[in-house]
Design a protein around this ligand. Sequence first.
Ligand code: IMP
Ligand code: MG
Length: 338
Amino acid sequence: MPLTVVVGGFFGDEGKGKVVSYLGLVDKPSICVRTGSINAGHTVNYGGRTWKLRIIPSCFLNETTKLMIAPGALLKIDVLLREIEETGTRGRVWIDANTGIIEDRHVESERSNEYLMRTIGSTGQGVGAAMVDRVLRVLKTAKDYPELSGFITDVSREVNEEVDRGGLVIIEGTQGTFLSLYHGTYPFVTSRDTTASGVISEVGVSPRLVSDVVLVFKSYVTRVGAGELPGELSPEEAAARGWVERGTVTGRPRRVAPFNLELAKRAVMLNRPTQIAITKFDALFPSVRGRRRWVDLPVEARRWIEEVGEALRVPVTLIGTGEDSMDMIDLRREVFGP
Ligand code: IMP
Ligand code: MG
């Protein structure tokens, strides 16, 4: 699987950070590329530690992986430098010359924009405002900042050359399919295309180079900010099911609904995955918590996975059963599977 793209199938917060960190540890990619921006928080738990990442690729746990930021991504320099220290990844992080740079004034402009903050429920990280400047061709990019000169590389060239050499590259998408600026629940969406095709465009690779698309679904659906959420539960019902979450970046409570097969089918159409990952499976079946083998799952849990795979006509290959990056059933590696 030389080039693997990981994207979210619902409204973000599906557990992409966990899936990508697992793939990093087990598949040991040569390169992991982060797309999107600092409005997206990816949480990684490993060996009793927790990292909340907004720009460093979630593969960082594997020390041989080069960590790259896509030319189509946007970062804020203070966030980048802080996360490099928190993850101890200095010397392994590379940025494209064209990566966009968010300035304080972009953050201020979003936070004083009532439509964005109240109607849309933006995270207020300045990402949309910086995208506006990018489209107007006035946004500064990484090459304009001498303090970033030591980080700069040609990310699309590095990725293309690595894949041509037969190396493994993972592209880490952010947010979810239905937050896509083009294919989501407009106008209640983010400022970029979050689908597999949008994500690879941010990196600068051809669709012909992609071997695997991993579409990540959580075992229930969450959404932060405004916009439709079919089957939304009351906060009391969500609490009764143990499905209470808060946003990684904003700390806002997330709205909750049960797993939605119709939404999942549309996400499959838009992303054409080769594999599906289901995260937080222990939220549906508490007895699977921490299990790492298919044979250790109860029959009803196996049947749920089989039915989802059949309905979507895509194999479920990864099943998250706990917070730790390694709490994963990996059906790519099991002799006995569904
Ligand atoms: P913005 O992209 O920060 O302006 O936010 C626009 C909408 O996308 C809001 O509803 C946000 O809550 C949502 N959003 C943006 N990034 C994420 C994310 O990483 N996870 C979940 N929702 C997000
Ligand atoms: Mg998140």
